[in-house]
Design a protein around this ligand. Structure first.
Ligand SMILES: Cc1ncc(C[n+]2csc(CCOP(=O)(O)OP(=O)(O)O)c2C)c(N)n1
Ligand code: SF4
Length: 528
């Protein structure tokens, strides 16, 4: 088969299509976005009618993927790590219902928080759901794991999690493809109760999941993705998972003098771990993210053995690993990177010149400055979060998608006089609509600004689920039409925007202002 030069994300997408994918379901989020984009732009998705439209959020993505699996077809669901929090209800329960068509769940973690609000480790979710987890060490393995993952999911009867991290998602390598498989035929579970989690049925399903654990362990013990290379020096044994295995081997190009267990599949293969524990003086754990294996080993192997890793300072407790960090841990000399020339100045991130969010903040700041009782502006997640930084310095919070409106409501409940929520259109349809409903139901005295640029700009300009429907959604939820305004955020409309924001902040009930102007970057892309 041909070899392609692919990003880790693209390798996942290509493998899924080669394995007979019928649909990808996802909400954009770095570093997972390129998986869906690759499928969207492929000739195959059009030719074979592979579903690849963006979902409104990660939970709807997970549920739709489960629906496709219910109908017997293979589904891929992709999200960034914080998206797993949003999808968690459906995700955890999907382990209990099980699947029909193979379901691969890709969780893309972002250690070091390159573009995220935390660095949580999705392996905990896979573990919590009690399903097998696959963790590739390179792009070829990402391809192979997804290609085999659908069949593996069908064999296990549950979704399989593929956990990747930013470096693997966003770096390229040659990937050898495997033969293309046809899509599954539409077919359904023979058990009519399988997807009905009423308590009496759920108990049976849960017991079945528990019983499957020994099979999952057995698959891990025999998996080619877990490999052990013995060595003579048993003063240390090294356990390296995912991309950390690559970093380790980069530091030992002639081969590691200590026994190495590469982990690519969970649950952890206990037999080989016990063998290492009995033979080696100490175990070193190298893993990207939280010290998950490290903690598990302490439980699994007892406290007698010395286990080193992120918790005892052998490796840093936070942030991404890389070959240099691993080299330092082993006491090797690390070449210092060339100094950055003083000519190069630090450039803090900022909203593009000409961005509509700028005009919105300019107007909002005028009204905020007028008030003697300081208003609080609750931000959300998107390009407009940059309104926290100079020159605007306009925001007082940014927590999770949708939190702006509900935090403003909670603060109003507490007695805050002037609460403003600033949210983007994509974030609004992701998880702001239910927040708005709570505020509408109590006519909370807050001003909600839905800064609508008709796209999901921060992640690269993907289609936004609510484009063209934002006012209708607000009215349908129950916003008073007298307190719903659509404005065009342009310099020439500055005075009008200030007036409307002032009037609505003085109104002691709920109001929604929608400044709408298309993101200039997506306009530019369309022109090209
Ligand atoms: C739960 C979750 N999913 C995905 C993301 C990634 N993400 C950050 S901002 C954003 C959407 C921004 O779109 P919008 O609200 O329309 O604002 P814009 O960037 O267009 O101004 C996304 C998808 C995230 N941070 N959290
Ligand atoms: S990408 Fe679009 S929304 Fe984001 S700052 Fe630039 S113009 Fe504004």
């Amino acid at each position: 088969m041909d070899k392609l030069l692919l990003l880790g994300d693209e390798a996942i997408a290509q493998a899924a299509m080669d394995a007979g994918l019928s649909g990808v379901y996802a909400y954009p989020g770095t570093p997972s976005t390129e998986i869906t984009e690759y499928i969207q732009s492929s000739h195959k998705s059009t030719k074979d009618s592979i579903h690849c439209r963006w979902s409104a959020n990660e939970k709807t993505a997970m549920e739709a993927a489960l629906g496709m699996s219910f109908a017997g077809k293979r589904a891929l669901v992709c999200m960034k790590h914080v998206g797993v929090n949003v999808a968690a209800d459906a995700f955890i329960n999907s382990a209990a219902t099980g699947i029909v068509g193979g379901l691969v769940f890709v969780a893309a973690d972002d250690p070091s928080m390159h573009s995220s609000q935390n660095e949580q480790d999705s392996r905990f979710y896979g573990n919590f759901a009690m399903i097998p987890i696959l963790e590739p060490s390179n792009q070829q393995e990402a391809y192979d794991m997804v290609y085999e993952g659908f069949e593996f999911s069908e064999r296990c009867g549950v979704p399989v999690m593929l956990r990747i991290t930013t470096r693997l998602a966003h770096s390229r390598s040659g990937v050898k493809r495997r033969p293309e498989k046809p899509q599954n035929e539409l077919h359904f579970s023979k058990d009519p109760k399988q997807f009905v989690l009423l308590p009496a049925i759920a108990r049976v399903q849960y017991n079945r999941l528990l019983e499957s654990q020994k099979d999952f362990l057995d698959y891990s013990e025999k998996s080619a993705f877990n490999s052990y290379v013995d060595a003579a020096d048993k003063s240390r044994g090294i356990i390296a998972s995912g991309i950390a295995f690559n970093y380790l081997m980069e530091n030992f190009p002639e081969g590691c003098p200590f026994p190495v267990l590469k982990i690519g599949q969970y649950p952890l293969p206990e037999a080989i771990l016990s063998k290492m524990a009995s033979e080696c003086k100490e175990l070193i754990v190298m893993e990207e993210g939280y010290p998950l294996i490290e903690d598990m080993l302490r439980g699994l192997l007892g406290v007698g053995l010395k286990i080193r890793g992120r918790k005892d300072g052998f490796l840093p407790r936070v942030g991404e690993l890389n070959p240099d960090v691993v080299a330092q841990a082993f006491g090797f000399e690390v070449e210092r990177a060339a100094e950055v020339s003083p000519v190069v100045k630090m450039r803090p991130p900022s909203l593009c010149v000409g961005c509509g969010h700028r005009d919105m903040f300019d107007a909002l700041n005028v009204v905020v400055a007028e008030k003697s009782e300081e208003p609080k502006v609750f931000g959300d997640i998107g390009c407009y979060t940059l309104g926290y930084l100079p020159p605007f310095k306009a925001l007082h919070s940014c927590v999770d998608m949708g939190a702006s409106i509900t935090m403003a409501k909670g603060a109003a409940d507490a007695g805050l006089k002037y609460g403003v929520a600033v949210i983007g259109d994509s974030t609004f349809t992701h998880s702001g609509m239910t927040s708005l409903l709570d505020a509408i139901n109590e006519n909370s005295p807050i001003t909600v600004i839905i800064s609508d640029n008709e796209t999901t700009a921060m992640t690269g300009g993907q289609r936004s689920a609510g484009t063209g429907k934002i006012e209708a959604i607000c009215l349908g939820l129950g916003v008073d039409p007298a307190h719903l305004h659509v404005l065009i955020p342009l310099k020439k409309n500055h005075d009008e925007m200030v007036r409307v924001i002032r009037e609505e902040m003085d109104y002691r009930g709920l109001s929604v202002i929608i400044p709408r102007r298309e993101c200039i970057q997506t306009i530019g892309k369309k022109k090209k």
